[in-house]
Design a protein around this ligand. Structure first.
Ligand code: PDD
Length: 286
């Protein structure tokens, strides 16, 4: 069965989906996106993703192509049409396709925003990475200064992934002024004793929707949370480390720059948070 995707108002088989060569997402990376996970055929934290999408669009003065209610309906329709049980929905809003290439933004009255969504199947609740943990390397953070906006400018994060692969690792943690910002496509955490440490929100990192839920669950479970900068050296001597995102939930980190973290096995705090996250997400999914 061929995947059904959504492109600018239409549901079409993926082979028939078309976007203009003048689309600003394609030419200028002038587009924002969201990835919402799906468990049991339902959306995890749709509200959080919809709010962050609105924030990204507002920050870039980009008009929303549909209302948030319509967006939810499109997500659900795609899940149904593709029979998706577990995985996610990728969504992208672009500033649309003006008649020609131009650095200036087009008038939104004349050029409507573009909207593309597609589903992907992925095992989320059970994964080898969750059981074994992942290895990360550190790299310099060379991205632009508004990482709080979820744009499709993903070239440097892709390069980071390739650097990690070349080093025999799974992902890269980016470092700026001596402190870890985040992973290539996830938020980064270390654990010392009973305290979870993760960088505070600012323009330097993406405000992860999974991060927000995890910090809430951690507080409810009486775990201590410190939102502050940490260094790679601190990570190397931490008891545990982990990452979070919509496509990984929580993955323990067992090695940083070749140095084993804690026992070298997934830590109990990361495992517990992952379990709570999956349980609570299943309950609240829509
Ligand atoms: N990435 N930081 C960055 C740079 C990210 O790209 C992501 C998500 C996160 C975690 O955010 P959330 O918990 O809302 O997924 C943090 C998505 C999954 C992606 O690019 O595929």
């Amino acid at each position: 069965m061929s995947r059904i995707v959504y492109v600018n108002g239409e549901y079409v088989p993926e082979q028939e989906a078309k976007v203009s060569v003048f689309d600003r997402g394609f030419l200028m990376a002038d587009a924002v996106y969201e990835v919402t996970s799906v468990l049991d055929g339902k959306l995890v934290d749709f509200d959080g993703h919809a709010k962050r999408l609105q924030r990204s669009m507002d920050a870039l003065d980009m008009a929303s192509p549909v209302t948030m209610d319509e967006l939810l309906a499109i997500h659900r329709e795609l899940i149904t049409r593709n029979d998706l049980e577990e995985g996610g929905v990728y969504l992208q809003v672009t500033r649309g396709a003006p008649p020609d290439r131009d650095f200036a933004f087009p008038d939104p009255e004349q050029v409507p925003s573009g909207l593309v969504l597609f589903t992907f199947a992925k095992k989320l609740a059970q994964s080898a990475a969750a059981e074994k943990g992942i290895k990360v390397i550190s790299i310099e953070d060379q991205r632009w200064g508004r990482r709080d906006i979820k744009t499709v400018q993903l070239l440097y994060p892709s390069m980071g992934k390739m650097m990690a692969k070349a080093a025999g690792a799974d992902d890269a943690w980016m470092v700026e002024d001596g402190a870890v910002t985040e992973g290539t496509s996830n938020n980064a955490y270390i654990v010392k004793g009973n305290t979870i440490i993760t960088r505070a929100l600012s323009n330097d990192i993406l405000a992860g929707i999974t991060r927000a839920a995890l910090l809430r669950f951690a507080n409810e479970a009486q775990m201590k949370v410190e939102e502050r900068n940490f260094t790679i050296d601190e990570a190397k001597s931490a008891d545990e480390a982990f990452i979070s995102s919509a496509t990984t939930f929580v993955h323990p980190v067992v090695e940083v720059d070749g140095v084993q973290i804690g026992t070298g096995k997934p830590g109990s705090v990361a495992q517990r948070l992952r379990e709570i996250y999956i349980e609570e997400s299943r309950k609240a999914a829509v």
